[in-house]
Design a binder for this molecule. Sequence first.
Ligand code: NDP
Length: 249
Amino acid sequence: AAQPLTGRIAVVTGASSGIGAATARALSARGARVALLARRADRLDGLVAELGDRALAVPTDVADPDAIGRAAARIADELGRVDLVVNNAGVMLAAPFEDRRTDDWHRMIDINVTGAIRVADAFLADLIATAAEGRPADLIDISSVAAHGTFPSFAVYCATKAALTHFSRNLRAELAPRRVRVTNIEPGLVATELQGHVDHPDVNAVIDDWRDTLTWLSDADLGDLIAHVAGLPWHVNLPHIVAMPTEQV
Ligand code: NDP
């Protein structure tokens, strides 16, 4: 059975909205202390006001390696050794490929892939040291069903998620003997701000159709799942989880 998370020290990227904010709530409710990383400091402060002194706002752009280093140093000072990392920050800037939105391609790669790799790197030593003491140490990567599915106008986003899923799979193989638990979660449709950044009318029409025809997951559904995974006994690993709305095929 899943255990309480009392005493755990968590880092959640993309904690200013959606799945990340819901994950911070769920981890905190089960007793963890949580560092909240994202760019919008006002949102992070709002979440700290809600969660109290178990939460720490650390405004951070995960596309900036120096900012990740500064965040890790501050977390070490103020919370101590991290034993749970949720790599959740991401953007989905969908448009037909022939629109040649090269800046958006780079942003997705920098945040969804390189940012996640750098965050894993920043806390790896903490996870290994925790696991060596026989305590749970988790890296949880939030990928997407886009890692496997085909979605016209989402090619670069899908490619970033495929890269993240394969990174998780391979890092798990490397870290399993060290008892660091790596979990890759691939959600289907979750109602968040993610879709709000799409500005192409044809793509928005597709998203509206998905919204009209099926009941999406909520951010809290994902937060509860992530807290459950983190609370499993250390020797139990669900390496790859696909979390779908029941009606989505
Ligand atoms: P939201 O847009 O609500 O959340 C995205 C989060 O990422 C925000 O907190 C945002 O914060 C943060 N973020 C974006 N860019 C950066 C950056 N450069 N540095 C730090 N943080 C950043 O969407 P979701 O909650 O849906 O998305 C969370 C994850 O879930 C993403 O990786 C997404 O791909 C994945 N996912 C979502 C699905 C869905 O249907 N919603 C389905 C499958 C996967 P800020 O802007 O303040 O920096």
